[in-house]
Design a protein around this ligand. Structure first.
Ligand code: PMP
Length: 387
């Protein structure tokens, strides 16, 4: 099989599998003081250190979670329900601004919080036709109205790989006294990340070759935060519950693999660029979304006009090629991607979108297999149209 769907899940790296298998043999609760407990604790702290280094954070800023859906929900609810104290006055967040291209775990959590929190104003921030946050709209929105604001913008988009101007967004937020949540799930391991620019940052192990069901929330020093899961005093009481030892061990191994940066990124960029070059040469009508913006090196979001995205996924699957149609989390639905809609792409073209995403074990054969399969599919579609 030619697996080209790393933005949905990147298959488990052998180093992660080994670290997980080892963790499963420890058999102690990391909170226990005996030798087995201490061995489990050592695994967690080693992973915490690697995950923190990945984004330039301190290890005591890392909270391990069950994945980025939980991390995003925890960051948003934790921030909104938490309070900052300035002098001796509690300051609450009263405005929540979320970019239109966020993952559904941010958009839906934010929407629900807005419905459930009296006095919380919720706004969706627009993006340009290239899929980049409209920073002028953010600047204006931050200037208008009163109250502390939380802004959520992802580091790079999971559907088209478009990189968001986090440094500029951070500057605008800091000038306005606003807090910033960055979903770095897709970006992690594919570009440099700097937690110093953010107040909250979320990660997911399985997008980096680690296991599914393991993620992290980075919490800036002194930011408002109310724990959502309470019980034991694990993770300083910020997220109660016995830690997922093997999941965290696998996450740590994935972070270390990425930090080793043995040329993986440049190799993957070569595959993606080659894929797009060959696709456009063979099918001149092919469109690549977000092409004019800075993008992650591994992602290509393309459309062959007249060939539906859902059909492409099925046809490619029959050829042994795995890609996804738009965001994998909304696959199976024919509704156009909210990301492409926000970029102003018309519904027919958005419906033809497919996402090809490469990763640590991708090869030139994989990229060529996608192109070959797309060429066959395009020929069949045009023959049918001519008949
Ligand atoms: N954010 C982004 C950008 C994602 O792509 C995903 C996964 N599709 C998530 C958050 C949710 O991550 P998880 O699968 O770990 O819950």
């Amino acid at each position: 099989m030619h697996y080209c769907d790393h933005n949905a899940t990147s298959p488990l790296r052998p180093a992660c599998r080994d670290a997980m298998a080892h963790a499963l043999t420890i058999g102690g609760n990391p909170s226990a003081v005996h030798a087995a407990g201490r061995a489990a604790r050592a695994v967690i702290e080693d992973a915490r250190d690697a995950v923190a280094r990945l984004v330039g954070a301190k290890s005591d800023q890392v909270i391990f979670t069950s994945g980025a859906t939980e991390s995003n929900a925890l960051a948003l609810a934790g921030a909104i329900e938490g309070a900052l104290t300035e002098g001796d006055k509690p300051v609450r967040i009263t405005r929540l601004f979320v970019s239109a291209i966020e993952h559904s775990s941010v958009l839906k959590s934010a929407q629900r919080l807005a419905e459930r929190t009296a006095g919380l104003r919720f706004e969706i921030l627009p993006v340009t036709a290239d899929g980049v946050l409209d920073t002028e709209a953010l600047r204006v929105a931050l200037r208008e109205g009163k109250g502390r604001t939380l802004v959520a913008v992802m580091a790079a988009n999971n559907e088209n790989g478009v990189i968001q101007p986090v440094a500029e967004i951070s500057r605008l937020c800091r000038e306005a006294g606003a807090l910033l949540l960055v979903d770095a799930v897709t970006a992690a391991g594919k570009m440099e990340l700097d937690f110093a620019l953010c107040d909250y940052l979320t990660l997911s192990a399985h997008k980096m070759g680690g296991p599914q069901g393991s993620g992290a929330l980075m919490l800036g020093d002194g930011v408002p935060f109310a724990p959502q899961l309470v019980g034991g005093s694990q993770q300083k009481g910020l997220r109660a519950g016995s830690e997922n030892l093997s999941g965290i061990a696998g996450f740590g191994a994935a972070a270390k693999a990425v930090l080793a940066n043995d040329g993986e990124r440049a190799r993957i960029a070569g595959l993606r660029d080659d894929f797009e070059k060959k696709l456009k040469a063979a099918i001149p009508g092919a469109v690549v979304f977000g092409e004019n913006a800075p993008r992650l090196p591994n992602t290509s979001n393309a459309a062959l006009p007249g060939v539906s995205g859902e059909n492409i996924v099925i046809a490619l699957d029959l050829d042994g090629v795995a890609v996804s149609s738009g965001s994998s989390c909304s696959s199976g639905k024919i509704t156009p991607s909210h990301v492409l809609s926000a970029m102003g792409v018309d519904a027919a073209l958005a419906g033809a979108a497919l996402r090809v995403s490469f990763g640590w074990n991708s090869t030139a054969q994989d990229a060529d297999a996608v192109v070959a399969s797309l060429i066959r599919l395009n020929q069949r579609a045009h023959q049918r149209a001519a008949e």
